[in-house]
Design a protein around this ligand. Structure first.
Ligand code: ZN
Ligand code: FE
Length: 256
């Protein structure tokens, strides 16, 4: 089983999973890089998984469906390029001989879903769209901080060795913010050095791992004393009123 991030637009990845001559893609915002990858490796596209309705995740779906006849799967409650099979929490998708279970992860959008497979080459695989990023999380366009925190909590509870396939290469800018929030976190500092080297070499920082994210991602660490202290320093009143997570998300919006 081969897992390949296909770069798209400025900082998107379209994840491609390949088994023999068959392939699956997640969130193809653009058809061109997928068609190119299929042609150059002589692959058949069997399935398309969609996490949420934003155009940078769905823009290539119609063209790919027409060109390949691939089956399309997406969230139950969002505007989607039809026809497709709509999914909600508890559903399972069978693709490439693997079973992906569906999680409801509202917050970035109201009907955002994620796909989790616990048995791919002994390392679980998570396609989480714009919910969890390495060292960060998605903006709250349609959901509340409480919804997003609950969604991230579900993902953080997955096994430590789960490969986190998020859709954007935001890691370095997230890490600059994370360092302000969690300035004495040695694991975070070491990870930033690793990621800088990867990006300088033109290599994706993804997939990340759930165990690593639990150590370095401030949005999964709003119960850690040092992180709380920073959030209170940023806005003590907001912290009292809205709690750590909501205040941290607001801080991040302003920091960008
Ligand atoms: Zn999005
Ligand atoms: Fe996106």
């Amino acid at each position: 089983m081969k897992l390949i991030p296909l770069p798209a637009f400025d900082d998107n990845y379209i994840w491609m999973l390949q088994s023999g001559t068959q392939a699956l893609v997640v969130d193809p915002g653009d058809a061109a890089p997928v068609l190119q990858a299929l042609a150059s490796a002589k692959l058949t596209l069997c399935g398309i998984l969609i996490t949420h309705h934003h155009p940078d995740h769905t823009g290539g779906v119609d063209a790919l469906r027409q060109a390949t006849g691939a089956a399309v799967f997406g969230p139950a409650r969002e505007n989607m390029p039809e026809p497709l099979t709509r999914l909600r929490a508890g559903d399972t998708v069978q693709q490439l001989g693997l079973a992906f279970s569906v999680l409801d992860v509202p917050g970035h959008t109201a009907g955002h879903i994620a796909y989790y497979c616990n048995d791919v080459d002994a390392e679980p695989l998570l396609f989480c769209g714009d919910t969890l990023f390495s060292a960060g999380c998605g903006r709250l366009f349609e959901g509340t901080p409480a919804q997003m925190q609950h969604s991230l909590g579900q993902l953080a509870a997955l096994p430590d060795n789960t490969r986190v396939c998020c859709t954007h290469e935001y890691t370095l800018s997230n890490l600059r913010f994370a360092r302000m929030v969690d300035p004495n976190n040695a694991r975070l500092q070491a990870y930033e050095v690793e990621c800088l080297q990867l990006r300088q070499a033109g290599v994706p920082t993804l997939p990340s791992r759930i165990g690593l994210e639990r150590q370095i991602n401030p949005f999964l660490r709003t119960d850690v004393d040092a992180v709380i202290a920073s959030i209170r320093h940023f806005d003590a009143e907001g912290y009292q009123q809205d709690g750590a997570f909501a205040t941290l998300r607001r801080w991040k919006n302003q920091a960008k």
